[in-house]
Design a protein around this ligand. Sequence first.
Ligand code: ADP
Length: 711
Amino acid sequence: MRIGVMTSGGDAQGMNAAVRGVVRRALAARIDVVAIHEGYAGLVAGDLQPCTSTTVSRILHLGGTTLGTARCPEFRELEGRRIAVRNLVDAGVHHLAVIGGDGSLTGAMVLREEWSDHLRVLVDEGQISETEAAAHPALAIVGMVGSIDNDLWGTDRTIGCDSALHRIVHAVDTLTSTARSHQRSFVVEVMGRHCGFLALAAAICTGADHVLIPEAPSDNWQEDVVEAVRQGRQLGKRKAMVILAEGATDREGRDIEATDIVRLLQEELKIDSRVTVLGHVQRGGAPSAYDRVTATLLGVRGAERLMTMDGVDEPVVMTTQGMDVEPRPLLTCLENTQAQAKSIANRDYDAAVAARGAEFGELLSLNERLTRAPSVIEGRRGRRLLLLHIGAPSPGMNPAIRAFVRLSLQRGDTPLLAQDGARGLAERRVSEPTWQDVSGIGSLGATILGARRTHPSTDALAALDEFDIDGLVMVGGFEGLLTAETFAETGRPVALVPASISNNVPGTDLALGTDTALNVIVDAVDRLKQSAVGSRDRVFVVEVMGRRCGYLVTAGGLGSGAEIVYEHDPGITLSRLRQDAEELVRAYDAGRQVAIVLMADAASEAFGANTLSRIFRAESGGRFDTRVCVLGHLQQGDRPSPADRLLAVRLVDRAVEHAASGEGAVVVGVERGLVVTGPVGQRIEDADVPNRRRRNPVHAQWSDVLDYLRH
Ligand code: ADP
């Protein structure tokens, strides 16, 4: 068997990680890999080269695709595809990993259907022999979707979408500060000709006043935009932000241009308005941590799938269901994707939204509720809901607070906020925020409230009666899990939204803050590697947080391309240290210039980062120098990533619902991409309490992957 790997269609950040995953996994199984350059154009031109492990070295952190990509009109013609088949047979390939958009994957399907006809013609024409044809009876295909738009049916995220969201959210956060200074409005046009995911997600992440997307055109978009911006001004907002997906139309299917919106705001509201078209910036730049980790997993599992296939097997596309990676039939995914596009073209917008999946509908509804302030009714309103933190500050807490306040008000309930967790509650430091009080906080790191690990005292519990609290939303970590029932024993419903960069809370695949911390780690390692360019050969020992939960260090290892990863289990033994030191020496003898050893802060009782550094230096025989970098609180301090902002609003929505109308104490989490709740008691049973972590963590299924990627 020999596997061909290619990238095709529009480029997307993370494609390199997928290619690297495919190549290293196949090579680890001693299967040859051929790289096809420039997409189908290279396939037709015969630009196929054997791949070694070094072909995919130092590409994980690069945007775009180092294999090159192109649009290829020849491949749309029968003749072009016949040449492609001949080139594949010449290279001994009939197992293909295609990383591209729905166009590229459709092209692969067409090639597969025609494969035997092409072989017959090529044999008849004497271009290939009968034996060669017999050795390549059919084409096996595994697809991976590279597309910043998140536009393929059947997968939660396409490769590149999260990175594009990083670019957009960073740009809009940046524009917001200048917009506030001048009391301006900005219309930001983002990519998404047929799919509004980027625009919708960016609007939620940045607290934009209005968003226009292809799937949900309004009966009167002009009135909606003016009303949204006017309402913001009345509430005292100094800026207005409108996000426009490039494919947004009115209900009759007529395009909406950014300049139309600017003119409207100037004419109707006399507001100074500007257009920013983000364009290809969204496709560029380094891939986010999520895109690196997920695309690596897709690549590795995709190669494994391909290795088991012969050509008669149904082609699959590797999809993400939350943090899980699994194959689905390619044909079904393509047919449903095309049906989505048709729904929009036929102006069947309800069908278009429904087909985008549960999360899309959820986000649409959340955006509506987070941006439209309800009219104020005087007097006591609805249930009185309290939010407090129990645990360490974590990125994502502020968007959670904003969502809590606004979603509670939307329901007609009264939100209250406790400063400094249970201690502040005991000291009666509780406020009743307005809709506008939480404006603009969603992009800030840590928490405006202050977080403490303090358990509730009897005084804190008494305060619940004094403030007449009906239900609680706790946003916190493992300590929150252990205290939730104490609050619930007062007879009030309690919902815990897990927030912890360590991702150690049971009941959720991801906690708030984890994704942000992971981005800090991956970014820091990029910089460390860069610092070693042009200097002496170096090994960096990088210590990350996480204590005895290995999520950050494992995902950090996948996302940063670390050579060695130490987590608490199995820890660091002398025999492993010796083996790793020997491997490093071999690698530097073979020409390596920089290597990363990533360790969790509680990886070992015996060996800290400095000790490891000294041991490796002593063992290096002068081949390399070592340095230590302890990332420490940098991991807790960043602004929340787009994924954390989205997770915050989704989890808080369910938490508010529980606190207002549920019973008992629950953990609100996300599993396989869907919001789920489970009783705290059961979640504690799922926990390894002495080690403060969950029993079956998501990252346990990734431990083999790290081994394949070392080279
Ligand atoms: P994307 O893969 O990003 O959706 P395109 O739609 O441009 O990008 O497709 C990339 C390439 O895939 C095209 O240039 C063409 O070579 C090939 N392709 C797309 N659709 C088909 C098709 N229906 N039949 C054959 N080849 C196709």
